[in-house]
Design a protein around this ligand. Structure first.
Ligand SMILES: [Zn+2]
Length: 138
């Protein structure tokens, strides 16, 4: 994917809700257990709310108990970028959408196997698209 999206803050403000703007452009964090996708177990894909880049699949989503949607791997490594984040006096790894640079959340090394990673992502930064015919009732 080479179609990077770059917009000015004003342009992002026009296309995102204030909460989406705060999270994705100002590296905000939604309050734990408040996001609409925290406990969602439906089958489908999670796209970047800002640009529609497919980021995560429900297949790698799990309940980490952290209060944010958690995944053990992205759909593919090229979809996301990581940056060192030393804000709040902690060293963390920030996760961003590789296409538009939206802040998504952070990745930690206390996730389940096979990756051992926990992608801790804000619901606000994601758009869930339910899989066609994915209604299994389980
Ligand atoms: Zn994006």
């Amino acid at each position: 994917m080479k179609d990077k999206i770059t917009k000015t803050n004003e342009e992002w403000r026009d296309t995102l809700t204030p909460e989406q703007y705060r999270i994705t452009r100002e590296k905000g964090t939604e309050r734990p257990f408040t996001g609409e996708y925290v406990l969602l177990k439906k089958k489908g894909r999670y796209e970047c709310v800002a640009c529609g880049n497919e980021l995560f699949s429900s297949d790698s989503k799990y309940d980490s108990g952290s209060g944010w949607p958690s995944f053990w791997e992205p759909v593919s490594p090229e979809k996301i970028g990581t940056e060192r984040d030393t804000s709040l006096g902690m060293v963390r790894t920030e996760v961003v959408c590789d296409r538009c640079g939206a802040h998504l959340g952070h990745v930690f090394e206390d996730g389940p196997q096979p990756t051992g990673l926990r992608y801790c992502i804000n619901s606000v930064a994601l758009e869930f698209v339910e899989e066609e015919g994915g209604e299994s009732g389980t």
